[in-house]
Design a protein around this ligand. Structure first.
Ligand SMILES: *Cc1c(COP(=O)(O)O)cnc(C)c1O
Length: 347
């Protein structure tokens, strides 16, 4: 029985074109700046993001860490959402590695932070207080239903930051999903920020890697930070080659993932014992709750697993996440919905 793995878009495997690009990639030592494939990928990424330069890194977490550690000194403070990936899911890296202090602001259901809440979190200039340096946004917002943050909202936060002499970093792990969902060029979502990172290894389906983009000066410093973190890789063109294919061939198809996520959400909405906010689904991530008391979380997951359907339980008390991606077709969605319906009927 084939498995339908909806735990994350990170489970995607490289396409045939990616494997061929990996096999034939031209290589060099990237720590010397001599890997032509990495250089090409960094240029392409910077161009797409509307920034001067790019820097290829091993993961999304490393991308965010490189940016925070480049923007901030020890003891300085970062304002970020209380449901942000950087706060919840990066092993506390900014404080663990950088000595940087996170200051959380409530994330609204749509992934934004209210400007007045951000403003209230900015520290005054007193000897007792950490210095605020950076504001971080996340687009799409993973834990807020994969919500896409608009260009207008991003611009307004960038403007607020500028007024207070602060910098803005955008965790754009799924920034192309946001651009596709909003029907805008990705540059509109990045134009106001000082740095942006995005992942090749999620919906874009490359096996490894992320990129950081920003000004020439920022990237020069970020290159040092990457080295400090042990992220200087040698013939990294082996993996960058797949990233080039991802940018060329995998961006437009993200729209299919959004259609499939919507189809999945609408199917789940019809099933007794499950609860979902269909209107919140804008991109490729859906959350739903098991509200029937007849089935434990463990039993629910086990019975789905027996049908080859994988999803993530994210707790509190019976909330689940499903993510659509390359390799999941409309027919898989129908099989998953039928499986969910059977499991609930049998219980
Ligand atoms: C996945 C993700 C990252 C980084 O992930 P890695 O697993 O370290 O590549 C960062 N931010 C968001 C919003 C993500 O979803």
């Amino acid at each position: 029985m084939a498995s339908i793995d909806l735990r994350s878009d990170t489970v995607t495997l490289p396409s045939t074109a990616m494997r061929e690009a990996i096999f034939t990639a031209e290589l060099g030592d990237d720590v010397f700046g001599e890997d032509p494939t990495v250089n090409r990928l960094e240029e392409m990424a910077a161009e797409r993001m509307g920034k001067e330069r790019g820097l290829f890194v091993a993961s999304g977490t490393m991308a965010n860490s490189v940016c925070v550690l480049t923007h901030c000194r020890r003891g300085e403070e970062v304002i970020l959402g209380d449901k942000s990936h950087m706060f919840l899911n990066e092993s506390g890296s900014m404080s663990a590695v950088g000595g940087v202090h996170p200051h959380t602001v409530l994330n609204q259901a749509d992934g934004t932070m209210r400007p007045e809440d951000i403003e209230a979190a900015i520290r005054g200039n007193k000897v007792h207080l950490p210095r605020t340096r950076l504001i971080c946004l996340e687009n799409t917002h993973n834990w807020c239903s994969g919500a896409a943050l608009s260009a207008e909202y991003t611009d307004s936060v960038a403007e607020l930051a500028k007024r207070h002499g602060l910098l803005v970093h955008l965790d754009g792990a799924r920034i192309f999903n946001a651009a596709i969902a909003l029907g805008v060029d990705v540059k509109e979502l990045t134009r106001g920020v000082d740095s942006v990172s995005f992942c090749f290894s999620k919906g874009l389906s490359a096996p490894v890697g992320s990129v950081v983009c920003g000004s020439e000066d920022f990237i020069a410093e970020a290159r040092r930070t990457r080295k400090v973190l042990g992220g200087g890789m040698r013939q990294a063109g082996i993996i960058a080659a797949a990233g080039i294919v991802a940018l060329e061939e995998m961006v437009e198809r993200l729209a299919e993932d959004h259609v499939n996520a919507r189809r999945l959400a609408e199917g789940i909405a019809q099933i007794d014992g499950l609860s979902i906010d269909v209107a919140a689904v804008q991109t490729n991530i859906i959350y739903f709750d098991l509200v029937s008391g007849r089935l434990s979380v463990e039993e629910f997951l086990k019975r789905l697993e027996e049908k080859g359907i994988k999803l993530l339980c994210i707790g509190r008390p019976a909330r689940f996440r499903m993510v659509t991606h390359y390799g999941i077709g409309a027919e898989d969605i129908d099989v998953a919905v039928a499986g969910l319906r059977e499991v609930m009927k049998e219980s």
